[in-house]
Design a protein around this ligand. Sequence first.
Ligand code: NAD
Length: 336
Amino acid sequence: MKVAVFSTKSYDRAFLEAANADRTHELVFFEPRLNLETSVLAAGFPAACVFVNDLLDAKTLKAIAQQGVRLLALRSAGYNHVDVAAAAELDLTLLRVPAYSPYAVAEHAVAMILSLNRRIHRAYNRVREGNFALDGLLGFDLHGKTVGIIGTGKIGAITAKILHGFGCRLLGYDVFPNPECQAIGMEYVALPELFGASDIVSLHCPMTAETYHLIGTQAIDQMKPGIMLINTSRGQLIDTKAVTEGLKSGKIGYLGLDVYERETDLFFEDLSNEVIQDDVFQRLLAFPNVLITGHQAFFTEEALKNIAETTIANITEFERGGPCHNQISVERSHKR
Ligand code: NAD
């Protein structure tokens, strides 16, 4: 099948070409993201392959459908960037990669917890400058601390298991409690209780209408003073301005972000020679107790291999007329 691959970086190309080594499909790689302006590139392709910051709103979907696209193969698990209802109306099939390496994201969340706690990001710079003073680097034992996990699906459960190994007490919040988490002692509680009792809160639920700005002023008011907040899920789960106020007042003691609500204008690009226009983001960078990575939690060899192989298998299933195991349906999108 002829596939227009959008948002291509060198690593996407390498892993997709390896997964398609027998040339089952004709992959044509485009660097730009797919949006209304770039949708013309999809002309003549029955399939388009996209990543997390391609904007698949109703207008873009209509434009690509009119140009003959019938399949959208997402190289991601999350699909909050796709108007699923509009795709259904246009008879566009949506396939995703439901699990490629939950370990990659869970391990990155834990890396952020450890780095923020022991101030590794600051210690690294200090030592390079010959500053071996320890003031300002004081950490705490993770052992015995209470960690609240919001969203205890694949990634949340692995994060919980790793932290269980550190000797943490686990609180959870999910619309569907996970027996694997309960088996290691996780206690499911309501959100106000989770916020009030947790030393660390890590977000692992999807971005939906219900979870948009889950962490806002009200949630921050309920938090234990000095809490550590980690978000490796989706930027829009956090009201960044409210969190900035929480950092300024000291209510939030540490913030680790791998995702940011307006990351589309920033992440995955080298902007080191540009003037960043996003003042909210720049303010975050000025805090010594904030650690930001540019949506790299998924970025391991195992994950990229799985993403590429599942994407190619998804396209093959569609071309053969199904059934497509990883299809996103309107009904399923309501349950995200
Ligand atoms: P999953 O579907 O296995 O788990 C999500 C869990 O969230 C489920 O248990 C679900 O019941 C729960 N949930 C749904 N709505 C909820 C709500 N309103 N409140 C609380 N919990 C709710 O998904 P996963 O594979 O664990 O991925 C979790 C999220 O991680 C994805 O949605 C995606 O946004 C994010 N992600 C980020 C990266 C990255 O590189 N930073 C990579 C992959 C996934």
